[in-house]
Ligand binder design. Structure first.
Ligand code: SF4
Length: 462
């Protein structure tokens, strides 16, 4: 397969079209952008009479397009259509140049469902709209529609509902694919009790904010990192402060951190749902990716969590280093056999900060991970699971997605609230982002905490 390295140039591109170039980046590594390249890929957009003219050009070809516009569309409608068209033109150009088709076509955002929701009322056949105007492959357009259907009746419309998120970015060891800010426990051990103190203060401020604003708490999520890296005593200081008698999830992602004592503290604190993540059912792969636990550890932690009566989520990753279709099929089969309430299938995403990425690995774009994910969609739906939330990341293998599946009635409300950006999320901890959603005005305000563990403590005066 031919690959290209271009310097990207834009000509008269209006500010609202700044991110159209993300379409080109989605073709990496077949097209790589570098300011040092002598070969230029140009995108131009010029207002013309009754429409907009575009061109896309590289040393081997040039294409021109004209988009007629209708005055009755209004400024916002026109902007959207111009941007969609520009992304579509750019996608078609890169598709012809490389011979590569991407499952989500010219869709580049984190939330593929956003376009679907926006199109309700304007298009009678939204699947067709996604396929024709965004070049989304039909199976992915159907997946998006299925997710939207699963969310029906679960989208929050109450402006006084808020969720609470607490971040505990600490893990026993660092997985080789991890790009989160999570710190290894051995590095921050002495600071952990101080961090717990700072969290308690911040949670207490959140409780005041909830009281003062008359919020009803819809869901609580304690994530990270691996919150269950903390010992029973520390969990016992934090979790009871978060018991609002509602859906309450704690990530216990690393099975080697799960003990009966910690599960008992969670149960007594009102936790309803835990996430225990094998990622793969191959011990060899687990060693390769630096997760200091075995498949047996996962089975032990999973059955303990079930004994305590929690709803359990199980995460798998498609495209882990050294894994082929058979490995993934085996892992998926093992996970489905347990019938967890939730099963999330991630496609490996290699971002800056991940050991694998720093070591020179580049994302897989050979269609192998797509084969795994296509199989997961089929297998999970035929096993009684429905996809209920989805998101995409940069540098994700084969340009795919992450999808959360649930058994009937077991969707995690927090995941829907967070992904669809319908609900205010009050957040505590290093790297946490509080998000105020003003649904009526279509506005979102974000307030970010310091990212690093030490910086967070410094700002908290600890
Ligand atoms: S368990 Fe999750 S947060 Fe922790 S190192 Fe692994 S990928 Fe990162």
């Amino acid at each position: 397969m031919t690959s290209f390295v271009f310097k990207l140039e834009t000509h008269s591109v209006p500010p609202f079209m700044n991110d159209v170039q993300e379409v080109v980046r989605a073709f990496s590594p077949y097209i790589t952008l570098s300011d040092l390249s002598a070969e230029v890929l140009s995108i131009g957009a010029v207002p013309a009479k009754d429409g907009f003219s575009f061109f896309v050009e590289c040393p081997s070809c040039r294409e021109e397009y004209f988009l007629p516009l209708n005055a009755s569309e209004g400024a916002l409608g026109s902007k959207r259509r111009i941007k969609t068209a520009a992304k579509g033109y750019l996608y078609s150009f890169c598709n012809r140049l490389t011979g590569i088709s991407l499952p989500y076509g010219s869709l580049t955002g984190v939330r593929p469902t956003a376009v679907y929701y926006r199109s309700i009322g304007s298009y009678s056949n939204i699947i067709e709209h996604l396929v024709t105007d965004y070049f989304v492959e039909p199976a992915r357009a159907e997946l998006i529609e299925r997710v939207v259907r699963s969310q029906s009746g679960l989208i929050n419309r109450d402006p006084l509902r808020a969720d609470v998120f607490v971040n505990i970015p600490i893990c026993p060891t660092r997985c080789s694919y991890c790009s989160f800010i999570s710190a290894e426990y051995s590095r921050v051990r002495k600071l952990v009790p101080v961090y717990v103190g700072a969290l308690k203060d911040e949670i207490s401020s959140i409780r005041n904010e909830i009281r003062e604003n008359g919020y009803t708490v819809g869901a609580v999520y304690v994530g990270g990192g691996t919150p269950t890296t903390l010992d029973e005593d520390m969990l016992g200081q934090i979790l009871p402060l978060l018991d609002f008698g509602t859906e309450f999830t704690v990530e216990a992602g690393r099975p080697d951190t799960v003990t009966e004592g910690k599960l008992a503290v969670m149960k007594a604190s009102g936790v309803t749902r835990v996430s225990v993540n094998p990622q793969t059912f191959s011990d060899d792969t687990l060693v390769r990716i630096g997760r200091r636990h075995t498949v047996d550890d996962f089975y032990r932690a999973y059955s303990l969590a079930k004994e305590y009566g929690f709803d359990v989520n199980v995460d798998l990753i498609a495209g882990l280093p050294g894994e082929n279709f058979d490995d993934f099929e085996h892992s998926l089969g093992c996970a489905v056999a347990l019938r967890p309430e939730n099963l999330t299938v991630h496609s490996l995403s290699l971002k800056r900060g991940a050991r694998l990425k720093e070591g020179g690995a580049s994302r897989r774009m050979d269609g192998g991970v797509k084969e795994m994910c296509d199989h997961s969609i089929e297998k999970l739906i035929s096993s009684g699971y429905e996809p209920y939330y989805m998101y995409r990341q940069k540098n994700i293998a084969d340009g795919l997605e992450n999808v959360g599946y649930a058994l009937d009635g077991k969707q995690c409300r927090y995941n829907i609230d967070y992904m669809e950006e319908t609900t205010t999320v009050l957040s505590a901890g290093a790297g946490a982002v509080t998000k105020y959603v003003y649904g009526g005005e279509g506005r979102i305000e974000r307030k970010s905490n310091a990212k690093g563990f030490e910086e967070y403590l410094r700002r908290a005066g600890k």
